[in-house]
Design a protein around this ligand. Structure first.
Ligand code: PEP
Ligand code: MG
Length: 574
């Protein structure tokens, strides 16, 4: 029985066999062969296995993401059935007397280099499809298998170097109990999705892909950040009991569903939900949320196989608004880039994608896409209490340009006599230190601020939020962050604007007392955190928290801030 340590990205206890998502070594030696027929039989068998797998992946993707997304795999199947492609491989095996692996790679390289020369973006983007199919055949020829999340059909824990958000959205909760990654931080988008799916996850577990073998039995202790490999029966028993207790205590929280969030000295607090998908609205309502504080609209784009049309977006936005009835809904415009990629559009390859062409920078460049989204949003505005939010704003010019485009859409809609809310509230995310320091400059031109602490902390400390090597610097309690938060909250108050925190700090039970003390009354978080945050807020006195926050701002390190919280029994000593 061995164990590994990592960072808890999503709480809970999970059991399952390891499913390793790492790509196996597909290297091979070129061999001279004598029996062509034998080689071709090997190829046919490998192709048959690849076909079965692709069909299964197609079926799973259709079930989870729809027929349109699944149709990508039809081209994979066509390639396996292409007589010219297979015939050329056979020709090379027969003529050159080489093993089928060598012939397969040779034909594929030729095909790819022809595709590369074509001046057609669509065809060039099919190269990754070809590579995918060939790797799958090659893996079978070498007696290995290529992993794919959609192939998982038993209780499993995924073990991978890293998980992309586009991979996490394929997870089927009926089978995948949790995941363990070597890389990635607590606020990486894969971690955020794990929390929203309510599956346990541990990130930054160094050595996981080396020490854990495919099929090993694992326990994720997502309370203490431990992964136990091949536990003994007694340990399994102990964790099963713990899991039951955890379940019982989370059930008790349901009594907080229909009560108000209010400090003991009667200060009302709003708890809103962060959602990534239309299906999350139900979870938001079940957990007694006061509204949607952040709808990450980019997931709609990531889960599609092409840019969603205005009509498709309009349908989703109105649906969310109607389900939320008269409760506020903040929809953030497309925030793509960094770790969030689109399967059908290649963002520029950059050395530091988090510092590059992402978010508002992308939408201001791809104006047609942005205008379509703004039009869908404005058209949806009469269906509820919609607010539009622009992400990752760093300069006033960006905000003004975004607002000019919004005005342009309003003018068009007026001409076309299409109804919309002309007084729709507009806000920005405070995610860059530039926006935080200069929040007063923005205040006159927005209705609200929403502090995105995930990015704000990343950019303040100059640490990639995905990089576990620097994750120790990711520190919401650090005085630098607390001072920035105070500055933004005071600016909002001075200018009479409302302000929310929608990054993960909003549900960090160590930070909440201080945020309350700094005057914050609106929090947005994953729906699963709402009830426990409500329970906590309802025990705090805002007046007392003000004094504690004042004291925290004088401390020099986050350890000292933590110590202060321990002294006031707001958190337990470790
Ligand atoms: C944030 O940066 O805090 C935020 C809420 O946005 P995201 O996590 O989607 O980058
Ligand atoms: Mg962000």
């Amino acid at each position: 029985m061995a164990s590994l340590r990592g960072t808890v990205a999503s709480k809970g206890i999970a059991f399952g066999h390891a499913y390793k998502l790492s790509i196996p070594d597909l290297s091979f030696e070129q061999r001279t062969i004598t029996r062509v027929e034998e080689e071709m039989n090997r190829l046919q068998q490998a192709v048959r296995k690849a076909r079965e797998e692709i069909k299964l992946i197609r079926q799973q993707v259709a079930k989870k993401q729809g027929e349109e997304h699944a149709s990508i795999f039809d081209s994979h199947l066509l390639m396996l059935d292409d007589p010219y492609y297979m015939g050329t491989i056979e020709e090379i095996v027969a003529k050159e007397r080489v093993n089928v692996e060598s012939a397969l790679v040779k034909v594929t390289e030729l095909l790819i280099s022809t595709f590369k020369q074509l001046n057609n973006l669509y065809i060039r983007e099919r190269i990754s499809d070809i590579q995918d199919v060939v790797d799958r055949i090659l893996a079978h020829l070498l007696g290995k298998s290529l992993p794919n999340i959609s192939l998982i059909q038993q209780e499993t824990i995924i073990v991978a170097p890293d998980l992309k958000p586009s991979e996490t959205v394929q997870i089927d909760k009926d089978y995948v109990q949790g995941f363990v990654t070597e890389n990635g931080g607590k606020t990486s988008h894969a971690a955020i999705i794990a929390r929203s799916m309510e599956i346990s996850a541990i990130v930054g577990a160094k050595g996981a892909t080396e020490k854990i073998k495919h099929g090993d039995y694992l326990i994720i202790d997502g309370i203490n950040g431990i992964v136990i490999v091949n536990p003994c029966a007694k340990t399994i028993e102990t964790y099963k009991k713990r899991k039951k207790l955890l379940h019982a205590s989370s059930k008790q929280l349901t009594s907080f569903k229909n009560i108000m969030t209010k400090t003991v000295d009667h200060r009302m607090v709003d708890l809103h939900a962060n959602i990534n998908h239309i299906n999350d609205v139900e979870r938001a309502l079940e957990n007694g949320s006061d509204g949607i504080g952040l709808f990450r609209s980019e997931y709609l784009f990531m889960e599609s196989s092409r840019f969603p049309t205005e009509e498709e977006q309009f349908t989703v936005y109105t649906n969310v608004l109607q389900q939320m009835y008269d409760k506020p809904v903040v929809i953030r415009t497309l925030d793509i880039g960094g770790d969030k990629q689109l399967p059908y559009y290649s963002l520029p390859k950059e050395t530091n994608p988090f510092l590059g062409m992402r978010s508002i920078r992308f939408t201001l460049k791809e104006k047609a896409l942005f205008l379509t989204q703004l039009r869908a949003l404005l058209r949806a505005s009469p269906y509820g209490d919609l607010k539009i939010m622009f992400p990752m704003i760093a300069t006033l010019d960006e905000l003004r340009e975004a607002k000019t485009l919004l005005e342009q859409v309003k003018t068009d809609l007026k001409k076309e006599k299409i109804p919309f809310n002309d007084n729709i509230e507009i806000g920005i995310m405070i995610e860059t230190p530039a926006a935080a320091f200069a929040s007063d400059i923005f205040a006159d031109e927005v209705d609200f601020f929403s502090i995105g602490t995930n990015d704000l902390i990343q950019y303040t400390f100059a640490i990639d939020r995905m990089n576990e090597n620097v994750s120790h610097l990711y520190d919401p309690l650090h005085p630098a962050i607390l001072r920035l938060m105070k500055h933004v909250l005071m600016t909002a108050e001075r200018y009479g604007k409302w302000v929310k925190v929608c990054g993960e700090m909003a549900s960090d039970e160590r930070a909440i007392p201080i945020l309350i003390g700094l005057g914050l009354t609106s929090f947005s978080m994953d729906p699963s955190a709402i009830l426990s945050v409500r329970r906590l807020v309802n025990t705090l006195s805002q007046e007392k928290m003000k004094a504690i926050a004042k004291e925290a701002l004088k401390r020099k390190t986050s350890k000292e801030v933590e110590q202060l919280l321990i002294e006031y029994r707001l958190i337990d000593a470790k």
